[in-house]
Design a protein around this ligand. Sequence first.
Ligand code: AMP
Length: 401
Amino acid sequence: MFSQKYGEILKPKVYLEKSEIKIVYLPPVKSEFLMQLHDKSFVPFLSEAQIMAAVQKVADAIAEDYKDETPIFVGVLNGSFMFVSDLLKVYPHPCEVTFVKMSSYEGLTSTGIVETLLDVSEDIEGKSVIILEDIIDTGRTLKELVHMFSNINVKEFKVATLFYKSEIYKGEYTIDYFGMEIPDKFIVGYGLDYNELGRNLREVYQLNQPHMINLVLFGKPGAGKGTQAEFLKEKYNLKHISTGDVFRYNIKNNTELGVLAKSYMDKGDLVPDEVTIKMLQDEVEKNADASGFIFDGFPRTTAQAEALDAFLMSKDMKINATIALDANDEVLIQRLLERGKVSGRPDDQDEDKIRNRFDEYNQKTAPLKDYYESQGKFHSVNGIGAIDDITARLAKVIEEL
Ligand code: AMP
């Protein structure tokens, strides 16, 4: 059927020569351009030429490996539609194409839940499958994809992605082909969206974060960190991450993490650093578009503080201030016992457990005062008084930063 080499007739150049159709190009985006999508602004990150070079790189590498067989490309919707389209246009050999659709829930989970919206078609059995992803970051979606294909007898299963955040990829699966490694930035364009906008952009943009504020709220259990965070997050448009809340959410949903955390929390002990640090990082990564964070209940050990600094640095972020809410133990114990009557939290209902939490704080968390003082970031405010007055004290510190 094909007298020319397969693919030649599909090359846009040939097509244009035979066509009367005039291609009208959109005006190029100027580099000083600020792209506004919803409430966020974005700045140019990758040009169309850079993206196309990355697409070509993936196509060439796959073509080299599959010159003697016909793979089936499986695009992962929605983000990959442009990549799939452009890759297929430059892919020089016979191939098939199909799509699956997945979506990640937003929320307080530590592992993230990925929902399948369009399942893989069955005629894929016995074929060489090449997954086409627009971007791979933590590997959460990829894990779900591998699971999706685990019941299907495919000949071979390979993974290709246009953009690869190798710094944060935590998955166990090999990424067989990638177009370009990119730093851990929140990006939009060329199929990728911010709340569904930006997919149609021909270039890739990164989030413009000129005024990011990241705060650590510091203080003993019952000091009012959670209460104050609720006000501050509204006032300064910040994302509030409470590690205690994330653990409690996991306990309620009986996740693996919840079961593990419960055994420590019920006694008033700290959950091990390794688990807590990973969970915190996942929470930050899930909110890559945030204009800043309030860390409440994290860090609680020096290892956590060091891990947080290193992690934020890898994202071009930093802690701007650590603000302690001061209150004495007797006031705090009364507050916690009162809260325990309403919240039902087992660790708030028993004075021994509360005292154990204070011991944990004195031994493991209090030394962080020196850690942040040595960085010139430690502030403290009086945590006793009316809620509004305490918010005003905190706001004064934040506004002077
Ligand atoms: P909170 O709601 O902040 O008082 O936290 C309740 C419990 O969750 C603590 O007593 C710990 O068992 C656990 N937890 C919360 N944050 C951390 C953390 N950063 N490191 C270790 N354990 C934590």
